[in-house]
Design a protein around this ligand. Sequence first.
Ligand SMILES: NC(=O)c1ccc[n+]([C@@H]2O[C@H](COP(=O)([O-])OP(=O)(O)OC[C@H]3O[C@@H](n4cnc5c(N)ncnc54)[C@H](OP(=O)(O)O)[C@@H]3O)[C@@H](O)[C@H]2O)c1
Length: 345
Amino acid sequence: MASAAAPAAGDARRKTACVTGGSGYIASELIKMLLQNGYAVKTTVRHPEDTEKNAHLKVLQELGPLEVFRADLDEEGSFDDAVAGCDYAFLVAAPVALMPQNPEKEVIEPAVRGTVNVLRSCAKAGTMKRVVLTSSTAAVSSRPLEGDGHVLGEESWSDVDWLRANKIGTWAYPASKVLAEKAANEFAEANGLSVVTLLPVVAVGAAPATELHTSVPEVLSLLSGDDAMVDNLELIEKASGGIPLVHVDDVCRAEIFLAENQASSGRYVCCSLNTTAIELARFLAAKYPQYKIKTDRIGHLPEKPRVRISSGKLADEGFEYRYKNLDEIYDDVVVYGRALGILPY
Ligand SMILES: NC(=O)c1ccc[n+]([C@@H]2O[C@H](COP(=O)([O-])OP(=O)(O)OC[C@H]3O[C@@H](n4cnc5c(N)ncnc54)[C@H](OP(=O)(O)O)[C@@H]3O)[C@@H](O)[C@H]2O)c1
């Protein structure tokens, strides 16, 4: 176990939540929000000795009771201590490599086995009111879709047989998300656990984590000019039929909403808007004229999304987005990107 600020005596009645993958982007924001909402939080990291990567957790310990545990999705029983006594568990940790060398071994198997591994610990704990699994709309839109004008929501599942047969681009990630969701639902059903799934689109916005490997470098790539990240943005657009965006603050508020809202069940898409790399480039060029945007790199992509992700179910249950347009969604991520060295000043 890494550094721990054990809950003080007065914290005994606080709601307690476990967040897996505290070193990561979304988990770091979720931990912050839970602490600000009065929760006691237990989080897991694979490498507690990596003080640089986990530096934000030390800072977050100033907000409230936050304990840090070592756990690995690949190790059976590894999450037992972290979920013991918790009211809620947020399963955020997952293999997120878009282009792994060995997709089945590096992404699909650990995602599925790891999800069930954490759920087994949750069932063992016997205190869990709700588990929120973080999937992705990659588990919604990666299926054969002819033409354009598609609107997809919770009822749509990415097609694992088609992904495995064609192995196009980032195929392993959507396959891993579908298979992890299905394995979680099966385990929940068999073991009487209340599991709800959140499916965020591409997340944007500032968070406490200071080492980033997912969405932020990609959504800033048109400004940073990082060719590898522009390639990733293109991969996302090709795989999704557009670039659907949501602010990380809304993702984390949706995570907590689904934990606390007893009536919630099943899958929930979390998406504020649907755009394309071309629309994004135009918006960014107008808002940040100091950056030179390489529009030639993306000029061959479609103007409008072929596929739109709809998230009516969350709204129907009373969830309200705070960040609704590109201007609001991009507001703090540019400052964050500069602070992290992803963007020049
Ligand atoms: N960012 C997005 O736009 C987005 C959109 C939709 C869904 N999601 C989902 O949201 C979740 C978090 O993503 P993120 O963007 O925050 O990514 P991230 O910053 O890369 O975080 C991923 C986390 O998972 C942990 N992890 C990976 N493999 C693990 C293993 N074998 N055992 C234990 N922990 C492991 C990582 O730990 P290490 O630090 O040790 O590698 C890291 O803490 C993922 O489930 C992702 O699929 C993200």
